[in-house]
Design a protein around this ligand. Structure first.
Ligand SMILES: Cc1cc2nc3c(=O)[nH]c(=O)nc-3n(C[C@H](O)[C@H](O)[C@H](O)COP(=O)(O)OP(=O)(O)OC[C@H]3O[C@@H](n4cnc5c(N)ncnc54)[C@H](O)[C@@H]3O)c2cc1C
Length: 305
């Protein structure tokens, strides 16, 4: 067995932060699947300066995982070594900077961004309304729905690196594709300038319609991470899974949704290991049945129990 990173201990966190970080924080509290073991250190910064100081005082070899609302994350039952930096409930500035441009910090929930753009008469940002994450997560994932995609609107992003150094990077520093963003490593998003079009007549009905459409097709309200797999070219992962007869297939307290086969539901007591075993089972079965390899959209992190 190879030795993974060592635990980040309380004594390694500077006094300035030791009262404000949670140690051994259960990640099941911070993920929409409500599963996953403890993070050594869990930190929610007050602002960007606070975050930069926190990163600077971390031991150079301590891994960091940045999260938003944990709506696309499977954290294994053994938890996360190092520090988790959480954007939920912080870095929430959202402002209009010109006729068609906005600036948003990484902690802004996508739903708020959608509603505010409608108020400003800007669009198309309505698609953000049904994505239950933060802008930071949407930037990392190139989140999208109903023909809308996050990076189509990005002009530039603000990032912070391991040493707490802040930079602004243009769109052209990244390679963007479907649910994939490749850019410089060891830095994370703290905000972005986004461009939309003027939509003078737009109102909340546009958002309500999209949310209604979701409710009829997806198991909204149940514990999930949305679509588990990306759609293979020209196909729908959900349709492939359904045709392979996997709707309702269960491991432990996790099952393939009856309503939308690309969703896996935690019915209350599923461990991350059950969910991961179910993901593997779906991949194997779809490969046997359709000769198509499904790729996970959800990010799987942490150590096994
Ligand atoms: C019911 C439901 C419906 C969904 N529908 C959609 C949909 O229609 N379209 C869609 O695209 N997704 C959908 N999702 C998935 C999810 O909401 C998106 O992927 C979302 O963008 C994740 O944002 P988050 O803040 O929760 O990120 P997290 O889940 O916390 O993190 C996701 C990834 O982003 C990284 N990350 C997070 N914040 C940062 C940051 N600031 N800087 C760098 N990296 C960061 C994390 O390390 C991780 O790798 C759905 C999920 C659910 C539960």
């Amino acid at each position: 067995m190879s030795a993974g990173p060592l635990r980040l201990a309380a004594a390694q966190i500077s006094q300035e932060f030791s009262q404000r970080v949670a140690f051994d924080a259960p990640m099941s509290k911070y993920t929409s699947w409500h599963a996953g073991g403890p993070a050594d250190v869990f930190f929610t910064p007050r602002d960007v300066t606070d975050l930069a100081s926190f990163l600077r005082q971390l031991p150079a070899d301590a891994p960091t995982l940045w999260i938003g609302l944990g709506s696309n994350l499977l954290v294994r039952d053994g938890g996360v070594r190092g520090a988790v930096v959480c954007m939920n409930g912080t870095l929430g500035t959202l402002e209009r900077v010109s006729e068609t441009r906005i600036h948003a910090q990484a902690g802004v929930p996508c739903a708020r961004l959608a509603r505010q753009c409608v108020k400003w008469g800007l669009g198309p940002a309505e698609f953000f309304a049904g994505i239950p994450g933060t802008l930071g997560g949407a930037l990392a994932m190139n989140a999208g729905a109903w023909d809308g995609e996050t990076w189509r609107h990005v002009i530039e992003v603000d990032v912070l690196d391991r040493r707490g150094v802040r930079r602004t990077r243009p769109y052209s520093d990244y390679k963007i594709s479907y649910r994939q963003v490749r850019g410089p490593s060891d830095e994370w998003f703290i905000g972005a300038r986004l461009e939309f079009e003027r939509k003078p007549g737009i109102n909340d009905a546009a958002i309500r319609d999209l949310l209604e459409r979701r409710k009829t097709t997806q198991p909204i309200g149940e514990w999930s991470c949305g679509s588990v797999f990306t759609n293979p070219p020209g196909e729908h992962a959900g349709r492939l899974i359904e045709k392979a007869g996997l709707k309702g297939f269960r491991i432990g307290d996790a099952s393939v949704s009856e309503k939308h086969a690309n969703f896996i539901i935690n019915h209350g007591a599923a461990r991350a290991a059950d969910i991961e075993a179910l993901i593997l089972h779906v991949q194997r079965t779809v490969a046997e049945f359709h000769h198509i390899e499904l790729t996970t959209e959800v990010r799987i992190v942490g150590d096994p129990a």
